[in-house]
Design a protein around this ligand. Structure first.
Ligand code: GUN
Ligand code: ZN
Length: 435
């Protein structure tokens, strides 16, 4: 008989059962917690003084000192094939796509190159404490095979999909409506629901798809309703003007996706900066989710996300790094920029709400909150150990903090991958694959 593997993690712990902006009881902080993990899942959680006496002395207890245990970060929008073009100088979205993104993405027809980048990308995510992500591949089906193979070798919960793109891009990166649907369907059958993986039907954005391809994507989702839909929306003003020209029959950018059947509970839209009142209502009526990508919105100069409108419409919002449009893999850096984007609009972003967006809020946006996002009993034990003394500056600054909210805020503003002491996936410590 196989003996259950149990480990106990002891330390300060913070997680959420609900949205702290609408439910003041949503957050749970335990100063000296014991988190019991058995066979990769949360078995128990409580005060160490209550939990520890219930377990045999042989059960290992890992004491994480000067640290905060939180659920693994969720990155709701990121492009693994853009690993090598992060931090490209001098352009905004449409030129950036033509000058940097499209040339690089052409390399992913080569499965060996795709595998190499997938490994580097996952190393980087884990070093930054991100344990789940919704990820763009390229137009090449082999880019998705390479990503899922790498993710499943590490037992990660990941979502990915092949880009569908049949116009306004280099010929080498274009598919057709028919090939995009049949290639995506083959990938769905191969990967969706295998281990911890799920498939996202991924039309790149309205300008690179004909209406027939968008309809094909929606029909494919209707045939496979457990899959996700993942695309970009209203990120940049020139892009929005282009969508008006390309889809004169639609009232707005959101309306393009609405008309062709792509809004819905399993759809995640990156950016969503330029929306009007009717657009917000359409997003709310369809329970569509948003990936807010602050580092990208600042780095490629796209604009300021209206988080208040998203909250007023009860939309699910997670955070996305949007690498390579975003210039950092770090969700802590992403929270830092999210704070500044709200400052520029006269709002204060609450540090508990930021951590919620990075964990349970992201899991809800991806419809993965039954599996991940907090430490409820039975959930998958993906979590991170954040070092409250990760730099001399942080150590000194946190010493002067009076409240948990202050400490958390300083961690978010001064933190980056140096603050991620360990990343645990399904109860196991992660290491680089070494490839
Ligand atoms: N819109 C269409 N493609 C992309 C992309 O690769 N990155 C970003 N940020 N926006 C896009
Ligand atoms: Zn993107």
């Amino acid at each position: 008989m196989k003996l259950a593997t149990t480990q106990i993690h002891r330390g300060q712990l913070l997680h959420f059962h609900d949205d702290p902006s609408s439910n003041p009881e949503a957050g749970v902080y335990i100063d000296d917690a014991a988190l019991v993990v058995t066979e990769g899942h949360v078995e128990a959680l409580g005060k160490a003084a209550d939990i520890l006496p219930r377990y045999d002395a042989e059960v290992p207890v890992l004491h994480h000192r000067n640290a905060l245990l939180v659920p693994g970060f969720v990155d709701c929008h990121v492009h693994y094939p853009q690993y090598n073009i992060i931090a490209a100088y001098g352009t905004q979205l449409l030129d950036w796509l033509n000058n940097h993104t499209f040339p690089e993405e052409q390399k992913f027809g080569d499965a060996t190159y795709a595998s190499k980048i997938a490994e580097l990308f996952l190393d980087e995510l884990l070093a930054n404490g991100t344990t789940t992500a919704m990820v763009f591949g390229t137009v090449h089906p082999q880019s998705v095979d390479a990503f899922f193979e790498a993710a499943t070798r590490r037992n990660l919960r990941m979502i990915c999909g092949k880009v569908m793109m049949n116009r306004n891009a280099p010929a080498a990166l274009c598919d057709t409506t028919e090939s995009s649907v049949s290639d995506s369907e083959t990938l769905i059958k191969r990967w969706h629901g295998k281990d911890r993986l799920s498939y996202a039907i991924t039309p790149r954005f309205a300008p690179t798809s004909t209406k027939e391809q968008l309809i094909g994507a929606a029909e494919l989702h209707a045939r496979h309703p457990g899959t996700h839909i993942h695309t970009h929306l209203a990120e940049n003003q020139d892009e929005c003007a282009w969508v008006k020209e390309l889809f004169p029959e639609s009232r707005s950018y959101v309306d393009v996706y609405k008309q062709y059947g792509l809004l819905g509970k399993r759809s995640v839209f990156a950016h969503a900066i330029y929306l009007d009142k009717a657009d917000w209502r359409a997003m709310q009526e369809t329970d569509s989710a948003i990936a807010h990508c602050p580092t990208s919105n600042l780095f490629i100069g796209s604009g300021l996300f209206d988080l208040q409108s998203a909250q007023q419409h009860n939309l699910r919002v997670g955070l996305g790094t949007d690498v390579g449009g975003g210039d950092s893999f770090s969700i802590l850096r992403t929270i830092n920029e999210a704070y500044k984007i709200q400052q520029l609009q006269g709002n204060n972003l609450d540090p508990f709400y930021s951590l919620y967006m990075a964990t349970l809020g992201g899991a809800k946006a991806l419809n993965l909150d039954q599996q991940i996002g907090n430490f409820e009993i039975g959930k998958e034990a993906d979590f991170i150990v954040l070092d409250l003394k990760s730099t001399d500056l942080m150590t000194r600054r946190i010493e002067s903090c009076q409240t948990l909210a202050e400490k958390l805020f300083v961690l978010q503003m001064l933190g980056d991958e140096r603050s991620v002491r360990q990343t645990w996936v399904m109860g196991s410590a992660t290491t680089s694959s070494g490839i």
